[in-house]
Design a protein around this ligand. Structure first.
Ligand code: TRP
Length: 334
């Protein structure tokens, strides 16, 4: 709780190109949550450097991501939209929490195992301690709920463990956060391999719809989507490709899968894919237009960046001060 309101925290890394899956599964639902919670939506640029980044690209993608938050409908007066690197409390608390986290715990993290297999030449300490920085992000704001995908569930659990451990030693300092699994958080799968999640790092360019794709790209990718030879539009486990297209169409048109199935009962796959493509275009085109418009409003975006970093710094410094006091760091002389 902060100022009598329940707190929600989430973050996205500004690496890779964002996909339709990121938008329908996360961003779009965040907008709905901002009525209910005091929301902190962070561009977690400090997490990004656990893997080598090109400086100019990282800077541009971070700015684009923050702009996208606003374009997607997050009101920057109501929500705190900011860069992690602008608020030094994140790195400071992460250091402290490192001292309350065991090597064995971090060694068990599946994402660390996956990423170190992928980046064998750069298994750095930051990659290892990545979940501790994430714990700091969350705990700094006395967060009640964290909307996360399944891939981040383990990191949230370790956050709770670290917070409980700290509280057991020093008394109630941190709120213990819960995971928030959205009601309709659409899980969008790859168009080429519908048993796997649509991913921003997929090497097959037809597998993912990127938020920057043109209408032509979108239509082409939808038409090429892998389906089956059953020639029926049913929402079933046996037809993962069709099921995914039904999910995409339903999410883009705000319908239930049942309604979508009824609508296309007698349609062929070609016709259905066309309609799916059009529904995606109808969602992404306005988003892209708004992105373009906002990108031109440099002063406005800059003012949001400054104000929100100050707001985040205000709240996070309260928690950090409390932590310092409890662990025995000397008071500052003012
Ligand atoms: N690790 C998250 C991801 O890769 C991003 C993230 C960083 C995050 N800090 C967070 C998500 C805090 C939720 C809360 O998706």
């Amino acid at each position: 709780m902060l100022d009598g309101q329940k707190v929600l925290f989430s973050g996205i890394q500004a690496t890779g190109r964002l996909t339709l899956g990121n938008y329908l599964g996360a961003l779009r639902n965040w907008v709905k949550l901002s009525d209910e919670y005091m929301c902190f939506y962070c561009v977690v640029d400090e997490h990004s450097i656990t893997v080598r980044q090109d400086p100019a690209t990282l800077r541009k993608r971070s700015r684009d991501l923050l702009t996208l938050y606003i374009a997607a409908g997050l009101d920057p007066k109501k929500n705190c939209l900011y860069y992690q690197s602008h608020v030094s409390a994140h790195a400071e608390l992460a250091w402290i929490l490192n001292c309350f986290t065991y090597m064995g715990e971090m060694n068990r993290m599946t994402q660390f195992k996956d990423k170190s297999a992928k980046h064998e030449d750069n298994i750095n300490v930051g990659l290892f301690a990545y979940p501790v920085l994430m714990a700091a992000d969350i705990l700094l704001y006395q967060t009640d709920v964290v909307p996360v995908g399944l891939d981040q569930k383990q990191h949230l659990e370790i956050t709770r463990d670290i917070a409980e451990r700290f509280n057991n030693i020093y008394g109630d300092v941190f709120t213990i956060p819960d995971a928030y699994f959205g009601k309709v958080g659409a899980r969008i799968m790859s168009l080429q391999d519908p048993l796997h999640k649509m991913s921003k790092s997929d090497e097959n360019p037809n597998a993912s719809i990127y938020l920057t794709d043109t209408p032509d790209d979108i239509m082409r990718k939808c038409k090429k989507a892998v389906t089956d030879s059953l020639a029926q539009i049913r929402y079933s486990e046996e037809q993962p490709g069709i099921r995914n297209l039904i999910d995409i169409y339903s999410a883009c048109t705000d319908k239930t899968p049942e309604e979508t199935v009824r609508e296309f009962e007698n349609a062929g796959y070609g016709q259905f894919k066309e309609a799916v493509g059009e529904s995606v275009v109808s969602v992404l085109k306005p988003l892209q237009d708004e992105m373009k418009r906002l990108s031109g409003e440099k002063d406005y975006i800059n003012s949001i960046i400054k104000e929100n970093a100050e707001k985040a710094a205000y709240y996070s410094s309260k928690t950090l001060r409390k932590v310092h006091r409890r662990i025995g760091f000397p008071d500052r002389i003012r």
